[in-house]
Design a protein around this ligand. Structure first.
Ligand SMILES: [Mn+2]
Length: 287
């Protein structure tokens, strides 16, 4: 059995790229954890079933939307292909197929190659992933190709992509009924840099006030976590600003961004993308 699998703490791009690429390749899609609200909303909207949670099954794996081992299945010996838009950080024993491009989402790469073959359901899922990863084209990771492909997908499914993007983001940003721990782990990635374990989470919001109101509780919970560094981006996507909460060597993280840390946080105007505006800067400092 061939399995297409997205990264841990699955988001809309990881999930939708797994579903669509599995359908195009006679394979089965899997996810590595429960879906977030945004992804649930997208799947429901376009009539897609949530993939099963991966429990170790499969003979051959295709990894989508990730390649680093921290975010992956652990064993690369059965990996035959990778499609991704993150930087490459792997070592494999044999030659495998790799398609990586600096585009806004993994789904953009898939759409670019298979546009004509896409059903309406698949087009809807791919559009959702592009809008999600590019934060409706506001993220600096957005490329011309993402905008063009999203427009064509919107035409294909007769949907205004920007309006749908905001609808999708709104569905995903609601923090209602979530515990502090669930909020912190809503969307996170783990990294090991210079032997230090990092947790970098992101909570998108339409207004920073909502998350800043619970800053104390967030920090208390973050302190309990078993990492050298726990960073949490509170990102206001409307006003395009991030408050970065920091547990670990706060001064060192502050320096990365040229800021003085106050009460475990710094304000980063115009920062929306973890992948482009936070992770590379920290990686540089810790290498
Ligand atoms: Mn992605």
């Amino acid at each position: 059995m061939k399995i297409v699998i997205g990264h841990k703490s699955p988001d809309t791009d990881a999930t939708c790229s797994a579903i669509v690429y599995a359908e195009l390749n006679n394979a089965e899609a899997r996810i590595m954890g429960p879906l977030n609200k945004e992804t649930e909303y997208a799947l429901k909207k376009f009539g897609a079933e949530p993939p099963k949670i991966w429990k170790g099954e499969g003979d051959e794996f295709i990894l989508v939307d990730h390649n680093e081992s921290e975010q992956s299945i652990g064993d690369y010996s059965k990996v035959i292909e990778i499609i991704d838009h993150h930087k490459i950080k792997i070592e494999t024993e044999k030659t495998i197929k790799v398609h990586v491009e600096p585009l806004g989402s993994t789904c953009t790469i898939i759409a670019q190659k298979h546009f004509e073959k896409l059903t309406k359901k698949q087009a809807g899922l791919i559009l959702s992933a592009i809008l999600s990863d590019t934060i409706v084209f506001k993220s600096p990771t957005t490329t011309k190709t993402d905008i063009e492909i999203a427009k064509r997908l919107g035409e294909k499914i007769e949907t205004n992509e920007k309006e749908y993007g905001l609808e999708l983001k709104k569905a995903g940003m609601s923090l209602e009924g979530m515990s502090v721990e669930q909020i912190i782990k809503k969307d996170y990635k783990e990294y090991t840099l210079q032997g230090k374990k990092f947790f970098i989470g992101q909570v998108e919001n339409a207004d920073l006030k909502e998350t800043l109101n619970i800053k104390k509780q967030l920090l208390t919970e973050m302190k309990k976590m078993n990492y050298d560094y726990v960073l949490l981006m509170l990102t206001d996507i409307i006003h395009e600003i991030t408050e970065l909460l920091i547990i670990g060597n706060e001064t060192k993280i502050g320096k990365v961004f040229g800021k003085i840390v106050k009460e475990n946080s710094i304000t980063l105007p115009k920062v929306l993308s973890r992948k482009k505006q936070v992770v590379p800067q920290i990686t540089k400092q810790f290498s």
